[in-house]
Write a protein that binds this ligand. Structure first.
Ligand code: IYR
Length: 224
């Protein structure tokens, strides 16, 4: 066995089983109130909250702990405007046919279209980038492993963190997303993974019925 340095697990907390059950119920009740929102208020959200949520995302597990992600938290009106302009251009061709009939039909119950006003109105856009190469230190240039899995988990942490402090999010994946790399001035090694819109919901925000249909535990689980 290879020698490796390690320290005792000192921050683990064990709960009595009754408390574990209560906590699992509470967590489910809390996370089932998370909804993807497409209508945002322009009320400001302090930078410190976004920073803390990104710190939380940065604790996610990743291949060889290389943390193959970079978050660009956008507050600048000018940058938001550029993102909206380019995203809407791509979305227009997507909705006018590039998506194909089956995809457009799948999106109908969500009521989405090419207009993305929230890209300018929401207080924060968080562009998430994945890194094909990197390593545990910021300036390493080694191979990264399980990049999509790692960045997906970190993004999940981020969505959960933002929800838990009372903000709503939208996972937006304009297609193609390469324009984000240019606007955010990210290096060649990085790919845009997702754009997360975060803020307060607009007063008239709605949740499509289609999005409220969740598969049951029996449908999604097999216990062996
Ligand atoms: N990116 C487009 C289309 C879209 C695609 C899927 I899959 C969605 O779940 C929702 C939207 C848009 O943002 O409108």
């Amino acid at each position: 066995m290879q020698l490796h340095d390690a320290s005792p697990l000192s921050d683990y907390i064990e709960y009595p089983v009754d408390e574990m059950i209560a906590r699992s119920k509470q967590f489910y009740q809390e996370i089932k109130r998370r909804h993807t929102i497409r209508s945002f208020s322009d009320r400001p959200v302090p930078k410190e909250i976004i920073e803390n949520c990104i710190k939380a995302a940065g604790t996610a597990p990743s291949g060889a702990n290389h943390q193959p992600w970079h978050f660009v938290a956008i507050h600048s009106d000018d940058v938001k405007k550029q993102i909206r302009e380019q995203a809407e251009q791509h979305e227009q061709s997507f909705y006018q046919g590039r998506a194909g009939e089956e995809w457009l039909n799948a999106l109908k119950p969500l009521g989405t279209d090419a207009n993305k006003p929230y890209l300018e109105h929401a207080p924060w856009l968080i562009a998430i980038f994945s890194q094909k190469k990197g390593g545990i230190h910021a300036d390493d240039n080694n191979t990264n492993y399980y990049v999509h899995e790692s960045v997906g988990i970190a993004t999940g942490f981020l969505i959960n963190a933002l929800h838990s402090c009372g903000l709503v999010t939208l996972t937006h994946t304009p297609k193609p997303m390469s324009f984000l790399s240019k606007i955010c001035q990210r290096p060649e090694n990085e790919r845009a993974y997702m754009l997360l819109i975060a803020g307060y919901p607009a007063e008239d925000a709605t949740v499509p019925h289609h999005a409220q249909v969740k598969k049951s535990i029996d449908q999604i689980t097999t216990f062996l």
